[in-house]
Design a protein. Sequence first.
Lengths: 311, 217
Amino acid sequence: MASQDIIARSATTTVSPSVRNQEEVAKLIDTTKCIGCKACQVACSEWNELRDDVGHNLGTYDNPQDLSAETWTLMRFTEHETDAGNLEWLIRKDGCMHCAEPGCLAACPSPGAIIKHANGIVDFDQDHCIGCGYCITGCPFDIPRISQKDHKAYKCTLCSDRVAVGLEPACVKTCPTGAIVFGTKDDMKEHAAERIVDLKSRGFANAGLYDPEGVGGTHVMYVLHHADTPVLYAGLPNSPTISPLVELWKGVSKPLGLLAMGLAVLAGFFHYVRIGPQLVEEDELPILKDPAVHEVDPAVHTFDPRGEDRP
Amino acid sequence: MIRRQILRYTPNQRTNHWLVAIFFLMAALSGLALFHPALFWLSNLFGGGPWTRILHPFMGVVMFVLFLGLVIQFFRANFFISNDRLWLRRVGRVIQNEEEGVPPIGKYNPGQKLLFWTLLLCMLVLLFSGLVIWRAYFSEYFGITAIRWAMLLHALAGFVLVLSIIVHIYAGIWIKGSVSAMVHGWVSRAWARKHHELWYREVTRDEHPERPISKKG
């Protein structure tokens, strides 16, 4: 059956099937409710059958230290001292943001290795992945990881397999405080708005929703106490966009480059047709004779009736 | 009667050139497969996408090393001389196959010299940017900004290189006698005098009539 719900494919220059009108989904992560229990990490690992290597404790609660091909989500802990001198423990569940305009998809050179579903989920198809790592270059959030086992790229799928059959992502199902919720994007925005009103009433004047415009909005959103400075949350970009370097590398320059190569070949062809080859006429220079070779048979005497050559 | 020819490229130089050409062709085709989706089908020539990704950097490194061989042998002949400036100013006449007013030049014309230095620059950029974006071995040592710059420069240098080689190949088709110079090594005296007169004078300055073939024949 054709996948009619794939609305964007990597390295594909024509429009993907887009007649289906699915509602966009979103996962809302409320950092103000998160207690850092890492149940979501465990649920992710269980559902997706991922078993990362046991790492080392480097003196923080971050465990493991970073995302990997086998760790698709991770709690990042930040100790933040406010201007008033209070210590705040900012905990952010890191993972793929499922951008509406995904940098990974724009950068990927392999047709169909990265796809965007009509519901907004950005998924990697490891069957088509060639392992070049361009998705890492394109991602504004530093999410994809290449496995050293199979050299394929991996990241959070937003449990596209569960969502496709009407279930919520595993991390959402397991979250004990209701800090992670899942639904249509509109519903999640509405829910977030209520949470923000509540937070503001409790002294978090800068509370807000993180749904960055620079990447067309995301299908994983955060409620932040300090939405004016997202970077506090373990380096969450303040205004993420696809890097201008990536835009230049993947944008209009490559079709123009191909055009220039084609024109160069054409220019050569028509130069040959109109002006023609540079030929060397070999008799421009007299062919030197080898004096050792007699070209005239000495046995043949030429008859000279008038005897003019005689001395 | 002897048609006395001049040796333009030794067997080693010819072999080196064609090895570079073969590796360039493979690196370029596999690189173009990743350059734009319209050319991704080229990856089939190398056994599919993953094999293209695996092979491309190795082919590039081999090409670079072999190219260094050409650089060592030819860089002296590619320094610019005073006539080159006038030649370049009159390149319009050269393109029109006109000879009047085009000054005599050495073993390489300024166009070839520009190509030589452009190729060298592209090869260096391709090598170093290529190492930065070589995921399997080196990318982990570089930050994301360095990798993004390297991606951009690698594509740009690859583009300039392919464009330069298109010009190079066409020049070979256009200037009759130059392909055979690189295939079997010899050029006619008339060819040498017409296209590279200063070089011709230099190689025939103190000559005795000799057969062009070596004793090994």
